[in-house]
Design a protein around this ligand. Structure first.
Ligand code: UDX
Length: 424
């Protein structure tokens, strides 16, 4: 079994640490935040992720995974592999900022034993492997790229049952060593160059984002021509060349990856003098999707948003997570506030910062009381269980926009005066 250090304990790092521990490896997780390390050391989950707390609990008992906020302890651990999982935020131009990655590489250059492999899990633009190699500046260390494809909310499941495992490295010997860490996982394992691995990650996210923009544009067309978007998606996804997953229309795509990675890919291409017009169009289409939802709410509010009270169900960027980074719901709420509306929101787990300019209440019913329009912006399944008759009785105007297609249409249509569902 290998000794693995995981640097950075966000979604990717925590999942990697827990996943590698489950595969039987000895793991130390490092994060700069002592608070986060303390929480994890007590086997508590600092993020909302299915099964994470149970997994942390059993790994704590077996002693397979420990956490630290000092590089000294990482050094003492004498790992053979160092997984860099720190954030790569977007800078003003849309490019990925490598400050944290390169800072981690500098630290590792001081402590990594000879022949160790530094594995990049953070999403980094093509060419970053080379920059990390320079930051390490040690010929006895190796660099590999092992992009993650984890979805928040099902990250542990995705780690243990991935569609494929990609490892990019300069030599077959290094890629084989990294792939062997995943020995017990039966998924297809693909060894590539570092550059190809880096590009596979970006192109996967950009392709999925384009696919959603395509579906969201067609949902808008369905509304206009009276077609059913459910039937359209069913028919489209039944073509085996297209496939049925990842085709649910929504208010727009968001989260910590898609917006950042699509912009970063466009930025990398432009550094090489290339335009990527399809990806540009996907970003533009996403803006249009978000605007369409706001326009729908405006129409339901009687043609103006000024002074109207809008109830919002859902703030997270998707269901089953507490993450609001680049959330379409938060984006739409900001647009409503900018146009003079008051917003009362409910989310089962996500919390917006106090200074966001709107109030957050404890349950779905409270977020509908006295409102001019109720908008459903995240697809939490529990919203479908709320009684539409009870809710409609407390609304000021009985107008509802379901931008996630989660509410039972017939029940809501008969309970309220005006019910709109994205995609018609
Ligand atoms: C994504 C990628 O799926 C994952 O492989 C990568 O590692 C990180 O980025 P995640 O950000 O967790 O994962 O979210 P995902 O489930 O992919 O959803 C992204 C956005 O698309 C969300 O806003 C979601 O609501 C939206 N979406 C997704 C849809 O609108 N319809 C769908 O059918 C699927």
């Amino acid at each position: 079994m290998a000794k693995i250090a995981v640097i950075g304990l966000g979604y990717v790092g925590i999942t990697t640490a827990v996943g590698m521990g489950r595969l039987g490896h000895d793991v130390i997780g490092y994060d700069i935040s002592s608070d986060r390390v303390m929480v994890l050391s007590e086997a508590k989950a600092p993020i909302h992720e299915d099964g994470l707390e149970e997994a942390l609990g059993s790994l704590k008992q077996s002693g397979k995974v420990s956490f630290t906020h000092t590089y000294q302890e990482v050094s003492d651990f004498k790992a053979d592999y160092f997984f860099i999982c720190v954030p790569t935020p977007q800078d003003a131009s849309g490019a990925a900022n490598l400050t944290f990655v390169l800072a981690a590489a500098k630290e590792l250059s001081q402590i990594a034993p000879a022949d160790a492999i530094v594995v990049l899990k953070s999403t980094v633009p093509v060419g970053s492997g080379e920059r990390v190699k320079q930051a390490l500046s040690r010929s006895d260390l190796h660099v590999a790229s092992n992009p993650e494809f984890l979805r928040e909310g099902s990250a542990l499941h995705d780690f243990m049952k991935p569609d494929r495992i990609i490892v990019g490295a300069a030599s077959e010997q290094v890629s084989t060593r990294v792939l062997e860490l995943y020995g017990d996982i039966s998924s297809r394992k693909i060894a590539t160059s570092v550059e190809s691995a880096e590009l596979i990650k970006y192109s996967t996210n950009a392709y999925l984002a384009m696919r959603l923009s395509f579906v969201n544009d067609l949902a808008a067309l369905c509304e206009k021509v009276g077609a059913s978007v459910d039937d359209l998606v069913d028919g489209l996804g039944s073509d085996s060349r297209i496939g049925p997953s990842f085709l649910s229309p929504g208010p727009g795509w968001g989260g910590s990856c898609f917006p950042k990675d699509t912009r970063a890919l466009v930025s990398v291409a432009s550094d090489f003098g290339l335009d990527l017009p399809l990806i540009d169009a996907a970003l533009e289409s996403n803006e249009a999707s978000l605007s369409r939802v706001v326009e729908n709410i405006k129409e339901l509010a009687g043609g103006s948003l000024e002074g109207k009270v809008i109830g919002v169900w859902g703030l997270a960027f998707k269901a089953n997570t507490d993450d609001i980074r680049e959330s379409p719901a938060m984006n739409i709420v900001a647009r409503l506030l900018a146009r003079g509306s008051e917003v009362i929101a409910f989310d089962p787990v996500a919390l917006a910062p106090k200074a966001s300019g709107f109030s957050q209440v404890q349950n779905a019913e409270l977020a509908a009381a006295g409102v001019d329009v109720l908008a459903v912006l995240t697809e939490w399944p529990e919203f479908a269980q709320v009684d539409p008759i009870k809710v409609s009785e407390s609304m000021k105007s009985k107008a509802v926009m379901d931008a996630r297609r989660v509410l039972p249409v017939d029940a809501w249509r008969s309970a309220v005066d005006n019910f709109r569902v994205l995609g018609g």
